[in-house]
Structure formats: C-alpha cells, structure tokens
Design a protein around this ligand. Structure first.
Ligand SMILES: *[C@@H]1O[C@H](CO)[C@@H](O)[C@H](O)[C@H]1NC(C)=O
Ligand SMILES: *[C@@H]1O[C@H](CO)[C@@H](O)[C@H](O)[C@H]1NC(C)=O
Ligand SMILES: *[C@@H]1O[C@H](CO)[C@@H](O)[C@H](O)[C@H]1NC(C)=O
Ligand SMILES: *[C@@H]1O[C@H](CO)[C@@H](O)[C@H](O)[C@H]1NC(C)=O
Ligand SMILES: *[C@@H]1O[C@H](CO)[C@@H](O)[C@H](O)[C@H]1NC(C)=O
Ligand SMILES: *[C@@H]1O[C@H](CO)[C@@H](O)[C@H](O)[C@H]1NC(C)=O
Ligand SMILES: *[C@@H]1O[C@H](CO)[C@@H](O)[C@H](O)[C@H]1NC(C)=O
Length: 481
C-alpha cells in the first residue's frame, strides 16, 4: 500500500516537473536559440564551409530575361503624340556569376573578390532569336545631342552629320545589338576626333564575361549579421553620385546572399550597382517553396517615393533639387552621361503620369515587383526576382530637327527580370535542416506532453486509490434501506 502510493505520488511529481520544465523551456526559447546559434556559427565565408561553396559558385540556375518595348508609331511621336509600344520578350540568358580572385584579409574577417557574370542565350526559353528587330530610341544619338545642344557649332555639325547618315531620334536594331553593343555611325565619327569616345554602344556593352569591380565583403566571422555585407566597392566605402551622404552609402549585401536568422521586423539592405544605389526590402508575407518555409521581402514603395512621402530621397534628385517624381531614378551620372532613367517595369509604383504618358504600360504587382523569398533560419534565397526597367529621358532639343515636336517623356526601352529558383539538391538540404530544427524546437512541447500524460495517469491512479472507501460508503445506505 505504502509502495503503491509512493509510486503514485512520484508520478504526480514527475508530471509537475515535466510541465514546469517544458513551459520554462518554451518561454525561455532555449532550443530555438540553440539551433540559431549553431546556424550563425556555420554560415561564415571560410574556405571549406558549405556557405562559402554556395557563395563562390551559386548552385541554383540564374536567368536574366529581357522584355523590349517596340515602338509602333514613330512618326506620330515626332509630331507630339503619345508613344504606343508593344512589349516583346522574353529574351532569356542563363547567367553564371561565380566569385573570383578571392583573397582573405584581416584575420579572415573580410575578403576581396570580383563577381564575374557571363550570359548565355537560351533560345528555347526565348520568344525569338537575338536577331529580332526592335524599334526604340536612338540612345547614343540622343546622348550626343544632349551633350552638344548648348554649342551652336557642335550642334550644327552633329545635326548635319546625322542628316547625311539618315539617323534620327529612333532606330531599329536587333536585340543582340541593343544589349551587347553595335558600332554606331555617329559615335564612330566622333571617335575620329575624340579617341576617348567609344564607337560602340550597347545597354550591357562590356558586361558579358566581365565584372563590375573589386568588392571587399565581410565574412561574418565576427558577427553573423555581417555575413556577405559589402565593405567597399572599387576601393570606396561610399558612392559619390548622389547629393546626400545617406544616399551615397553602400549598405548591405549584393542582394544575392543574406545573413542567417532573419526576423520579420528587420530591413534587408542591399547594394545594386545596376541601380547605382543601395536600397532595402521589408517583410511582406510567409511563403513556402517545395515544403520549405520562407519570408517574402519586397522593397517598399517608400524606397523610390517622392519627397512628400519620403523626404530622405532628396539626395537622389540630381542635379540637386531636380526631382522627377515617385518611382524614377536618374542614373545619368553613373551611365557615362547617357539620359538613362531607372524605374520598376511598366512604371509599377511610379506616378500615374508616367504610366499614362506611354500607351502600352500595364503595371502589375505580380509581374513587375522585385521579390526576395528567403529561408529565415539559414538566410538562403528560395527564389528571387530582381526587376527593373531602363528608360530614356526624351525631350525636344531646339537645335535638332531630328527631335521634331516630341513630347517631354520618360520612354521605356527594356525591362529585365533576373530570377533564381533554388535547385532541388539545396532544397533537400534545407528540408533536412528544417527536420532537425523541428525535432529540437519541439523538445519542450514533448516534455509538456509527457507531463500531461503523467498527470492523467496520476489522476487516474488517485481515483482508483480512493475508490474502495467511497464505494463502501455509498453502498452502506443501499444495504440498510
Ligand atoms: C581553399 O582551400 C583550397 C585547398 O586547401 C585551396 O586550393 C584554395 O585556393 C583555397 N581557396 C581560397 C580562396 O583561399
Ligand atoms: C558571353 O561570353 C561567353 C564566353 O566568353 C560567350 O560564350 C557568350 O556567347 C557571350 N554571350 C553573349 C550574349 O554575347
Ligand atoms: C534549353 O536548352 C538548353 C541547352 O541549350 C538545355 O540545357 C535546357 O534544359 C533547355 N531548357 C528547356 C526549358 O527546354
Ligand atoms: C518591332 O517593330 C518593327 C517596326 O515595326 C518591326 O519591323 C519588328 O518586326 C518588330 N519586332 C518584333 C520582334 O516584332
Ligand atoms: C544606409 O543605411 C543607413 C542606416 O544604416 C540609412 O540611414 C541610409 O539611408 C541608407 N542609405 C541607403 C541609400 O539605403
Ligand atoms: C507624391 O506622391 C504622393 C502619393 O503618390 C502624391 O499624393 C503627391 O502629390 C506627390 N507629391 C508630389 C510633390 O508630386
Ligand atoms: C539627370 O541627371 C543629369 C546629370 O546630373 C542631368 O544632366 C540631367 O538633366 C538629369 N535629367 C533629368 C531629366 O533631370
């Protein structure tokens, strides 16, 4: 009897202990923290780690897709009408972007490297061959006209030369030429006077099989939050194109890698050399890809908003005080003076005005926003789509009859969608990590469960123990009646 109740009471005590331990562990978050600190230690750019291997040579296939805007009414545009364009694409390239010339610095807390990008055309994923013709703005001619417009002599020279070659405000070129470069007659003529002028123009001229300069990255050895963060680019720790120090800052990673243990309330900073600036993305929603959990981060509209909405953007107005409105960025200063304006595809999240100025613009969140789906524990990208549009600022230039009566407008040339979807091998690794994480994180809940089961057994036994007496007491009146 004594042994029996001793057993019962120890069951009760164990039940209480398990419950208390379980609840304490849940509240103190020890097990999730433990998993996180293991990952934080693991995700470091160090020769030999998994993270370094994936960083040096990203295993997931990256595709760069181009969608051009083919102009259908050039004559009417020169007469002052609204341009009408047809979107044509995609023209898809497989992008290889290994990190090369890696050297570790400062006790392995930093490293230097260059990011060499190579583009291989994928006909089977494209609308047509690279020889498809596109009619768009004659960007080299427009750039030259803008440069010489204030000099009577030069403007006249250039204008007569353009007349002799039959060049105008618009040109028809192949996809391959527009992207990777073609010899332009006007540039070629200038080249003979000024050898420093390149006679080839292309939106991505010299971008294939080359890199955009040397980066110094933090390895994340000192602090996991610094994993792959850019320290300097081409030897500089900030830019000099913009008019405020904040806007010139180089913040965050290169956008392809992020630190582990991402939380919903942080801003993910990244530096985009194509955009010539840093920006950030905020949490939008939870996503799952092939069973792996992720957070979707997107750049909020404030990033590219006008000064009323985001006064800090004043620094992106160049020359100082010259602001174009929401959703546009004048990157002329970092594109050799070409009148290039960046935006989201179809002027998504830009002023209505720019959408209405061009017939054929249909901004849609699902197709035109930049998204980053990230596994919060490891910081690995599940999928991402970096989307931006290259536009040209077109206006009437008095000394050039070539510009006719054209309206002042931001003319869309091409938009690009650089996307990646994590490969199956990496997905399986993440699934395995998630499995381990689930087990470890659930240990406290298992303790609580065990506590509840033992508690149930304890109650049951307690009842059993008191049964004989109570039944005896209950039976007595029955018997006597
Ligand atoms: C990493 O280690 C391997 C083998 O020890 C060596 O060949 C390679 O050069 C190292 N890489 C770097 C970037 O130091
Ligand atoms: C880029 O360079 C690679 C190798 O140099 C070449 O195979 C490929 O065709 C080039 N791509 C383009 C678009 O020119
Ligand atoms: C397209 O062709 C390439 C080879 O040029 C091949 O590797 C790839 O799997 C093909 N993709 C599709 C979607 O057919
Ligand atoms: C773009 O427009 C031009 C001029 O109308 C036309 O010749 C060309 O075929 C069009 N391009 C495509 C890919 O449809
Ligand atoms: C860079 O980050 C700082 C804060 O860390 C912020 O004040 C600044 O606006 C950021 N600059 C850009 C261009 O994102
Ligand atoms: C800035 O954008 C907001 C919202 O899009 C708009 O209401 C406001 O008029 C704009 N301000 C200026 C100065 O354009
Ligand atoms: C864009 O910036 C360049 C260089 O600062 C400037 O010359 C040009 O006027 C700007 N364009 C617009 C449309 O403001």
């Amino acid at each position: 009897m004594l042994l029996k109740s001793c057993c019962i009471y120890s069951t009760g005590v164990c039940s209480m202990l398990f419950l208390i331990a379980g609840i304490a562990l849940v509240l103190s978050n020890v097990f999730p923290r433990f998993v996180q600190s293991m990952v934080e230690k693991d995700v470091v750019l160090e020769n030999g780690t998994e993270a370094f291997k994936a960083w040096e040579n990203p295993p997931a296939p990256i595709y760069m897709q181009f969608y051009f805007f083919n102009l259908t009414n050039p004559m009417e545009v020169l007469d002052g009408d609204r341009p009408a364009v047809v979107e044509i694409g995609p023209y898809t390239y497989r992008e290889y972007r290994p990190m090369e010339q890696i050297n570790f610095l400062d006790n392995d807390t930093k490293l230097t490297s260059v990011n060499t990008k190579t583009y291989i055309f994928q006909l089977n994923m494209s609308r047509g061959p690279e020889s498809d013709l596109i009619r768009t703005v004659n960007i080299p001619a427009l750039t030259v006209m803008e440069k010489v417009k204030d000099s009577f002599i030069e403007a006249n020279l250039v204008s007569s030369y353009m007349k002799s070659t039959g060049e105008g405000l618009f040109t028809t070129r192949t996809v391959g030429e527009l992207l990777w470069g073609y010899e332009d007659p006007l540039l070629k003529a200038l080249h003979t006077f000024k050898p420093e002028v390149d006679n080839v123009f292309g939106l991505f001229y010299k971008s294939n099989a080359s890199n955009d300069g040397e980066y110094v990255f933090f390895t994340g050895r000192q602090n996991y939050k610094d994993f792959s963060r850019v320290d300097t680019w081409n030897g500089e720790s900030s830019l000099n194109w913009w008019t405020s120090d904040e806007c010139n800052m180089i913040n965050g990673t290169n956008g392809a890698f992020f630190h582990p243990v991402i939380t919903k309330n942080e801003a993910l900073y990244m530096f985009s050399p194509e955009l010539c600036r840093s920006l950030y993305a905020l949490y939008e929603e939870d996503v799952t890809m092939k069973g792996v959990h992720g957070y979707r981060f997107v750049p909020p509209s404030e990033v590219f908003a006008n000064l009323t909405v985001n006064p800090a953007n004043a620094g992106f107005c160049v020359p100082a005080g010259n602001c174009l409105g929401s959703g546009l960025l004048n990157v002329s200063v970092c594109k050799q003076g070409a009148p290039i304006i960046m935006s989201s595809p179809h002027f998504y999240q830009a002023d209505e005005k720019f959408v209405n100025d061009v017939f054929g613009m249909v901004p849609k969140k699902e197709y035109h926003e930049t998204t980053i789906d990230i596994n919060p524990l490891t910081g690995i990208l599940l999928q991402a789509a970096n989307r931006l549009q290259i536009n040209v600022y077109v206006e009437q230039i008095p000394r050039f009859s070539q510009t006719g009566n054209v309206r002042t407008l931001v003319f869309p040339v091409v938009y690009l969608n650089e996307s990646v979807v994590l490969d199956d091998t990496s997905v399986e690794k993440l699934q395995a990590i998630a499995g381990v994480q689930n087990v470890v994180v659930n240990i406290p809940f298992m303790l609580i469960g065990l506590g509840i089961v033992l508690g149930g057994i304890f109650m049951f036994l307690m009842c059993r123990l008191s049964v004989p007496e109570s039944t005896a007491a209950e039976r007595q009146p029955l018997l006597s009646s």
